[in-house]
Write a protein that binds this ligand. Structure first.
Ligand code: ZN
Length: 340
């Protein structure tokens, strides 16, 4: 039995986190989300170089394809390897045959020179024809001038902004600071602590597994009028898994919830990358229906066609050697972990 659907979309990813798995433990156990950022992610991203970024993107794209995800909306940061990083990610995804929408997360947490370099990387990549959004890490790590510059750059280039909003309580001021700048084409990741009627236009990317993992709370996306999509926040790109997670999180909050709501969020991701409607994923299961899939783990693609080309056949990628990508990525992971 098999059924075919369009490609799935990961609406918020961090491909650079593919090499984080197995990293050495932080100097002490993080006590809250702020410490998770400081002791884990901000040490990891500072240690990245372009070679590590390339192999993490190849591995992340491969893992996406193996789960029927044909488009990734990525949010990248590598403060010691900014220039060229978005092209490295875009090229790696193209090599595997997965669509990607890139963004460099601008931030003032490494000083205003770092913020300028991040803005410049977004500008360079987009003005050279790269597909992407202008990235902002989060309002709480940016000066107002940086937020304004990023929003202005995005408007000038005719693209949206991809930004973390109210993931943790330290970002509570984000709505008031972003309200004068935000537009319909912005992508707002997390929004856990965003008020019910935030007055912020844009699509909300809900990351249920990551939010549980960081103990930041439940975003309860049904309370928003904004469009909602699903993301992994860097924990792979198995979007059927994210759908199941989104469903059980909603169900834990409201026993009357139907899996159709989380399914609509999953399918809503296609609005971010409309060409995925024409991609074809043939699955190991039939029917591909929310009431079945919410209770059927382990469903996998047999075949994936992107832009008319078969890029996965019998569960194996056709353009790259999966074993080689895994082996080389593991080598880069060892280099990265040694730096930590
Ligand atoms: Zn994120």
């Amino acid at each position: 039995m098999s059924a075919t659907t369009p490609g799935l979309v990961c609406g918020h990813h961090h491909l650079y986190s593919a090499l984080a798995r197995g990293m050495p433990p932080p100097p002490r156990t993080p006590q809250d989300f702020g410490e998770i950022l400081e002791l884990i992610w901000w040490r990891l991203d500072a240690a990245l170089d372009l070679e590590m970024i390339r192999w993490s993107a190849l591995l992340g794209a491969l893992e996406a394809l193996e789960q029927g995800t044909t488009a990734i909306v990525d949010h990248h940061e590598s403060p010691n390897a900014i220039e060229g990083s978005l092209s490295v990610i875009a090229d790696a995804c193209a090599e595997v045959g997965v669509r990607v929408v890139c963004a460099y997360g601008v931030t003032d947490r490494h000083g205003s020179a770092g913020a300028r370099q991040g803005l410049e990387e977004n500008r360079r990549f987009l003005s050279e024809g790269g597909r992407g959004l202008v990235g902002i890490h989060a309002a709480f790590t940016c000066e107002d001038a940086t937020l304004e510059a990023a929003a202005g750059l995005a408007a000038d280039l005719g693209v949206g902004v991809h930004v973390h909003v109210c993931e943790g309580t330290q970002d509570r001021e984000a709505p008031s600071r972003l309200r004068p700048l935000a537009r319909e084409d912005w992508l707002l990741a997390h929004c856990v602590h965003l008020p019910e009627d935030p007055g912020l236009p844009g699509t909300i990317a809900h990351n249920p597994r990551s939010n549980l993992n960081n103990s930041v709370g439940y975003a309860r996306p049904v309370r928003f009028a904004n469009p909602v999509v699903l993301g992994s926040d860097g924990i792979g790109a198995a979007m059927l898994d994210e759908f199941r997670m989104a469903y059980v999180c909603q169900r834990a909050d409201d026993v009357t919830a139907s899996p159709e709501t989380a399914w609509a969020w999953l399918e809503g991701g296609r609005a971010l990358v409309p060409e995925t409607e024409r991609d074809e994923v043939t699955w190991t299961y039939d029917p591909m229906d929310p009431w079945h899939l919410a209770f059927t783990p382990g469903v996998r693609p047999r075949r994936v066609v992107v832009d008319g080309e078969t890029v996965l056949e019998d569960g194996r990628p056709t353009r790259v050697d999966a074993d080689e990508v895994r082996a080389k990525a593991a080598e880069q992971a060892r280099r990265l972990h040694a730096r930590l």
